[in-house]
Design a binder for this molecule. Sequence first.
Ligand code: GLY
Length: 441
Amino acid sequence: MSWTIERIEQVFLGYMEEHGHAIIEGHSVRSPTDDVLFTTAGMHPLVPYLHGDEAHPAGKRLTDVQRCVRTTDIDEVGDDTHLTVFEMLGNWSIGDYFKETSIPQSFGLLTGEFGIDPHSLYVTVFAGDDEVPADDEAPIIWERTFREAGVDPTGRINPLGADDNWWSNGPVGLCGPDTEIFVHVGDNEAPAFADIPEFVEIWNNVFMSYDRAEDGSLTVLDQRNVDTGMGLERLAMFLNDHTSVWETDELALLLSEVASALAVDQSSLDEDGIRSLRIVTDHLRAGLAIAAAGIYPSASRQGYVLRKLIRRAVRHAELLRGTDENLADVLIECTQRVSSVMGQRWPDVAPGEGGAAARETIEKETRKFSRTLRRGVDHLTQEAEQGTVFDGDLAFTLADTLGYPVELSAEEATRIGMSIVPGWEKRYLELREEQRARSRS
Ligand code: GLY
């Protein structure tokens, strides 16, 4: 039986529930705090409880599946592993159990429920630094855990420094040493552990017992917590022996639905085409999740990220289909298909009433931007036919008069073979600054 996303989620939550964890709802992708835009980790919404400021109403052992956004990853989307919205399986001890329970519990889930061969598991532990001594408990617990499973621990438990085995969700706040669990996926029978692609990191258990202040100082928390995070899509990729997250069941279905709505044949796409199809699919999926958090496209903060995602989706759909009067309608059909697939697990983006608001947000922006894109591309094509070069003045005119975003006009100009004047960006920025100064005066 294959490991579907839904099955993995159920097995994870069921196991944690059996081990005394209350299943809680994941938070929306809108950050629970003002310092960052989006929810970036499973622990992020739980900070007040992990900090010991409040008791969580569901108790001291919690588990959930958290949708996370890391905006730094958006430009990587289209490769085999990056997604704008990814999901994190997590379990927490809020001042309850610590390493003694957490390590065998994680090992039991991986080897028992998910059937991973314990001989393929390798771990890293915190080797200590100037501030915090080495974690000398985790290696002992790991050694015992491996031995009890009949596995020789020699070479499997590797101490690494703070760059690898100290986890924090930002420069200040909660943090601690962690132990990271890797699976060996290579052919080498007796590997020496190293940070090489033969070892895929699948889980980390953070022993969250410190708090870093603005001035960089570290204090020990009154309560000792455990915070674990395991990427759902990456786990699915590994459990099914895939080499790309796009081969896992839900994402593969999304791709084929979007390809069919776009009327493109996946098997005939070249590398750029595959990348564009993944971008359209990813960005509509992420766009729906972000819109479902009550965010609207705008010129700043979360709204800007949403706008950028929709614009890129429209742009890459156009690259796949070519010039098309019906582009907006096609994208709206794509959005509905993404809503149908993701709505099986994400009720706030589902077809019907549940996801209506999110879909409407995406649809409006798609229509608006498709018109802008059409005008921009037409204008640029005419300029190219007249032998005009692409320079800062042209980029500025397109952005200023037609709203055609500069990142897209430059990309399109390259694609249609216009000569690009070196240093055009500088001229564009000067013109933009002059215009801003005029509008301030
Ligand atoms: N457990 C920390 C994280 O990866 O989110």
